[in-house]
Design a binder for this molecule. Sequence first.
Ligand code: S3P
Length: 164
Amino acid sequence: MKAILVGFMGSGKTTVGQLLAQKLNVQYHDLDDIIIEMAGKSIQQIFDDSGEAGFRQLEHAALMQSLNQEGILGTGGGTPIQDANFELLRSRDVPVILLDVLPETIMKRLSNDTNRPLARKLGVSGLITLKGERDDRYEQVSDFRIATDDLTPLEVVAAVINKL
Ligand code: S3P
C-alpha cells in the first residue's frame, strides 16, 4: 500500500481515499467492501448473524489480505482499535493518515445513519462517546493527522498529498 487512511465513521475515509487514489493513479481498496465480498453479505447482516466479534474476525482477515496490495487502503472506523490490527498497521512501512473529525461533524454526518450497525445501535451521542474512547488509539497508530471538519474532500486530498 502507498497510504492507509484511518479515522472514525463519517470522517470521509472512503470519499477521500477514492479521490486520492484517482489523483495518484493507483487503486482504492475499501476494507468494508473487502469484508462484504469475503462474507458475501452486508456489514449489517454480518453483525446480525455473527455479532461484532464475528465482524472483527473477518475484518482482521481482510486487513491481512489487503496490506500486501498496491494502492490506497481505507480502513473501517474500528480497525485500528483491535490490538492485532494496530500491530499490523504499525509493522508496515506505509504512512498511516488519520482523518479526524469533531463531535459536531459526527452529529451532522451520522445523526440519521441507518447503514452502520454501530450508529443504529448507539445513536449519535453514543457514537461521540465511542469516538472519545478511540481517539488515543487513532493518534497512536497514525503518522499524521488531518482535521477535516472545514475542508472539502479535495482539500483533504491535497493536504494528504502534501504530507506523503
Ligand atoms: C465500524 C466502522 C465501519 C464498519 C463497521 C464498524 C466501527 O466502517 O467497519 O460498521 O467500529 O467504527 P466506516 O468507518 O467506514 O463507517
